[in-house]
Design a protein around this ligand. Structure first.
Ligand code: HEM
Length: 452
């Protein structure tokens, strides 16, 4: 195998092995879907047509969103999928009878749990039947020995990843922004401005009303963005597969995860709309939204531990950056009057800081674990699209952390002083803008094929 005999590939292989240690320790599977083997194998020569074609993948595929066609003598015939293995890593297709001998290729497209449709071709040759006509002159020096039965292939032909569309990235970005905004509103109401934890009655009530309304709006737009994601994913798959409809996508892993998220958003919105007694409902809905989110991205294909880490990452990012969004909304001055903003900063900043002091590190730690799971070895980050995006995200998060530290160390001690409000709102808005850019990079990251 070339990767083990070429010296430079060998060091590359060592890098991959070290980087795989993390995922292995967490009991994770490799993320990137690929064809592991096929029957007939790539480049093989067969005496007769096989009864079936078997494609074995490195990980679970979605049979309903996968297909194969057979090209013989320039004619392309869609193959009927007969069955998928119990763990959905193997797809079996029946072969029509009466096919002529000659060169043939199986053109396949399979969709992994991460949502990336991957396509490839497996080519092989079927020799003429010696009993039906004189033996053909085969150059036996070049031809591989004929095989029959179901040989297991080590070679996999050519495979390519289907690129994601700008529309898909845009709707994913919108869904993340409004999801984090809604989670932030719930987190803010529960952790920063709970009804019973403050002496300042009238002001806290009006703050809570504003945040609850914001959360309801974010939850509603998030629901609409989920419909957009369903449509964009259907369009992407329709480019890669010959026949796929909205219902096929809705019943796929992501379709079910989106439905769970829509239900979670609805529960959270109902809880937020009746804020006061139904905080628990808003929390339950938010946890459902965060728990279902990993099932629509790379984490789904990497196993349960990766999904748990990702759900924690989303909750942390929602409470931290989404919460900052809610904070800035309640600080917006009314009619240019900063006095109310100053009072609110003095009341809320110490409480928000206490929450950010654990939600920020939680987001960074879970993000770093996500990176450990999905990114290529660090030495390859700048030459790999996923690694480059991750580098950009880390730089942006570095800016957020620097502004957060400045607010904590410099603004908080003088929060009650005149003039602080305007400065804090401006630098807080910059922090939020960096957060939005980090989410935009994440939308690209999740639609880019992960190294693992
Ligand atoms: C140093 C800090 C961070 C690192 C290293 C990091 C890294 C990552 C990685 C590797 C992923 C997985 C992407 C994939 O599925 O391929 C991810 C997901 C995500 N991150 Fe971060 N992240 C960090 C901070 C943040 C922050 C501050 C935010 C919010 C502003 C954020 C929002 C998200 C979101 C929304 C997802 C998508 C999760 C999903 O679809 O399930 N991350 N992050």
């Amino acid at each position: 195998m070339p990767i083990l005999t070429n010296p430079s590939s060998r060091s590359q292989y060592r890098g991959v092995r070290w980087a795989s240690l993390g995922p292995a320790l967490l009991g994770l599977t490799m993320v990137h879907l690929a064809l592991e083997s096929s029957s007939p194998e790539e480049g093989s020569t067969l005496e007769t047509w096989p009864d079936e074609i078997v494609l074995t993948f490195t990980q679970e595929v979605q049979p309903g969103l996968s297909e194969a066609s057979l090209r013989v003598g320039g004619e392309l015939t869609a193959l009927e999928m007969t069955t998928a293995s119990a763990d959905d890593t193997e797809l079996l297709f029946g072969v029509p009878t009466g096919l002529p001998p000659g060169e043939a290729s199986v053109e396949w497209t399979a969709t992994g749990l991460d949502g990336h449709p991957v396509s490839g071709v497996v080519s092989f040759t079927v020799l003429p039947d010696p009993t039906a006509q004189p033996p053909a002159t085969v150059d036996s020096a070049d031809a591989p020995p004929p095989t029959s039965g179901r040989p297991q292939s080590r070679t996999t032909g050519h495979a390519t990843d289907s690129a994601s569309s700008p529309v898909q990235v845009a709707v994913r970005f919108a869904s993340y922004v409004f999801m984090l905004g809604m989670l932030g509103a719930v987190g803010f109401l529960v952790l920063v401005a709970p009804a019973d934890a403050m002496s300042d009655g009238p002001s806290i009530e009006s703050i809570r009303r504003t945040v609850a309304k914001t959360g309801v709006s974010f939850g509603g737009v998030f629901g609409a963005a989920l419909v957009g994601r369903l449509m964009a994913q259907t369009a992407l798959l329709q480019d890669a597969l010959s026949s796929v409809g909205t219902l096929d996508v809705l019943t796929s892993t992501w379709g079910m995860a989106w439905s769970a998220q829509a239900l979670g958003a609805l529960i959270a919105v109902v809880g937020l709309a009746g804020m006061g007694g139904r905080t628990l409902l808003a929390v339950v809905g938010s946890v459902l939204v965060a728990a279902a989110s990993p099932l629509t991205g790379h984490a789904a294909a990497a196993g349960t531990s990766a999904s748990v880490v990702d759900a924690v990452h989303i909750l942390g990012a929602g409470i931290w950056i989404g919460g900052l969004g809610s904070f800035l909304i309640v600080l917006a001055p009314t009619g240019g009057d900063w006095e109310r903003s100053r009072e609110r900063i003095a009341l809320l900043l110490p409480r928000f800081a206490r929450v950010a002091l654990w939600a920020g590190p939680l987001t960074v730690l879970s993000g770093a674990t996500n990176a450990w799971i999905h990114a290529p070895p660090i030495a390859e980050w700048l030459s790999d699209p996923y690694g480059r995006l991750l580098t950009a995200k880390i730089i942006l998060v570095g800016g957020i952390l620097a502004l957060g530290a400045m607010h904590h160390l410099k603004t908080q001690p003088v929060a009650a002083e005149a003039g602080t409000a305007g400065r804090f709102v401006r630098s807080g808005a910059l922090e939020l803008l960096l957060g939005l850019l980090a989410v935009a990079v994440t939308a690209l990251l999740v639609t880019t094929a992960a190294a693992r």
